[in-house]
Design a protein around this ligand. Structure first.
Ligand code: G1P
Length: 295
């Protein structure tokens, strides 16, 4: 039986919702306090057992490659200044996994991005993590929750979370039949349906384990919602050949792809960090007083 060793992380998107910041900085490099969003995603993958990270990149994403590479000049300067703990910290980032970069020459959708990884993934199951969704679970990373299901059934597994009915048009929606506690056999999938059309409120939250058969499906997938090649459509087609499972992931989720989710993540994560917790509490207290005065 195959083990899930590789993860594909598409990072070619423009990040228009974060302009002007993303004019010259990849959205994945925006920090939550002092750690870029992409590092949270890579750490989730690595702590779930992933050994190779395949980034699907595009133009203007060089900063991501540099970030996961060694930085000898910086290390030299830090060492000279006696800041050895920083040297270790930045070295660890490059040593977390093997990093592979595939350039997606044109952005034709998530499905197209995944298909660009075919020659690196080969004929084995692999994970997909989308960088916009940050899922924090210190006990069991979100991706590990999916890998555990995969290890039992050796079939594709889609991570879901419940959303409100009004929000279904922002996500791929999965309809399934519960076969055991928190494991559903997928019956149908649809990309961003209107609340009226949505068959359920189980939304795809950017975590997947896919069998390599998905590549054959992606090659045949026509342009779908938004004029893009959709992974959801390819998964629907995959149902004709293989069963697919879904599982509801546990963890705190932040949609860091928009400024509200991003702000929420910064506040909550900073509140929990030992070095920033007291400071955040004092700001909240001060702001709270200001809000009280105004209202
Ligand atoms: C993509 C997927 C969608 C999924 C979402 C999760 O959409 O196509 O099925 O629910 O990610 O974030 P996007 O947000 O890239 O439009």
């Amino acid at each position: 039986m195959f083990r899930v060793r590789k993860a594909v992380i598409p990072v070619a998107g423009f990040g228009t919702r974060f302009l002007p910041a993303t004019k010259s900085t990849p959205k994945e490099m925006l920090p939550i306090v002092d750690k870029p969003i992409i590092q949270f995603i890579v750490e989730e993958a690595v702590s779930s057992g992933i050994e190779t990270i395949i980034f699907i990149t595009g133009r203007h994403k060089r900063a991501i490659e540099d970030y996961f590479d060694y930085t000898p000049e910086l290390e030299f300067t830090l060492k000279k200044a006696g800041k050895d703990e920083h040297v270790e910290k930045i070295r660890e980032i490059s040593n977390m996994a093997d990093f592979v970069y595939v350039r997606q020459k044109e952005q034709l959708g998530l499905g197209h991005a995944i298909l660009s990884a075919e020659h690196v993934v080969g004929n084995e199951p692999f994970a997909v993590l989308l960088g916009d969704e940050l899922i924090i679970n210190d006990e069991k990373p979100a991706l590990k929750q999916l890998i555990d299901v995969f290890n039992r059934f050796s079939k594709s597994v889609i991570g879901t979370m419940k959303v409100s009915k009004e929000e279904t048009n922002k996500y791929g929606i999965v309809d399934g039949m519960e076969v055991e506690e928190n494991i559903k056999l997928v019956k149908y999938l649809v990309e961003k349906p209107s609340p009226e059309e949505a068959p359920s409120t189980d939304a795809i939250i950017g975590r997947y384990i896919l069998t390599p058969k998905i590549f054959d499906m992606l090659k045949k997938t026509p342009f779908g919602k938004g004029g893009e090649i959709q992974l959801t459509d390819a998964l629907l087609n995959l149902l004709n050949y293989e069963v697919i499972y879904s599982t509801e992931m546990e963890g705190r989720r932040y949609d860091t792809g928009n400024k509200y989710g991003y702000l929420e993540a910064i506040f909550e994560i900073a509140l929990e960090r030992e070095d920033t917790s007291d400071f955040v509490k004092s700001i909240i207290k001060r702001l709270n007083e200001r809000i009280d005065i105004k209202s």
